[in-house]
Design a protein around this ligand. Sequence first.
Ligand code: AKB
Length: 342
Amino acid sequence: MRKPVILITGAGGEIGHGLIEQLAAEGQSAIITIDLNPLDDMLRPKVMREFVGSILDKNLLNRILSEYEVDMIFHLAALLSTRGEFAPLAAHQVNVEGTLNMLDFAQSQGESHGRPVVFLYPSSIAAYGLPSLEIKEKAGRVKEHEWTLPTTMYGCNKLYCEHLGRYYNLHYKQLAAEKLSGKVDFRSIRFPGLISAVTVPSGGTSDYAPEMIHAAAQGQAYACFVRPDTRIPFMAMPDAVNALLKLARADRSQLTKTVYNITAFNPSADEIRDLVLQGFPGATITFEPDLKRQAIVDSWPADVDDSAARNEWGLDPKYNLETAFSEYLIPAIRARYKNANR
Ligand code: AKB
């Protein structure tokens, strides 16, 4: 007998951390993970089995297929937007070939146990590409189908994989004698920039917000790599994890889309600085825009329309801009570094 489980790829990353904590707290799911690096000591006891390896390793995926019945996949492994511009082929390999491997893995699972495999895919605001600041300002709250002309390798990868997921879900091998589609129940969220109190991101371009807060908490000066007026949507990590779980558990019949925007607040970099200074009054935060990274953030929308997510599966972030800082980020980050310095 194979064992029924939830599979999380890229499990040691930012979203993976929060997701494993939440699923483990609920105590109802057996979790197996894949990550290139071993999980940290806090996470390891919370999962049933940890595979240290790559989603590009088909032998590893076949081994998992033969041992486990996977009903749900959170495919979080990715190489983010800044790193992807230094290594576009590696980004394509991880983000596209890796995702294709995982979709094919889900298809094989679905065919072998006969139930659709719910496949959660974190896409990103990087899937958008607005051609100028003037158009960005005029565009307002961008809808899922608007301005999807990404400028980064990562954004192109995310957009294409949204389509791959839709293909597996609805049209896989459409010319075969028997119907094979529907085994992968693909659901995707276009995440805004995420800010966690627990982890510091690496390799992304929305990283200026979390970097600013974590640097301030550690008493380090921070030079922000975008202009003070730079504006994109953000969300606190606990709300991002809740959104992923809400979409995973939504009744399929309620969903009219494969991809949903979500957001919670969209401060300028200057407004983030003000809030960080309220929490850490002695912090030194300056602005030294890196024009190339700035151009990437300028191509992302200032805001997104997430009404479909709110109406169809009940997206309802707990934290607004003020409470994200006052109730979550500042106290949790302060405690984190205080404990780390003990
Ligand atoms: C990045 O900056 O690459 C990511 C994202 C917005 O998806 N955080």
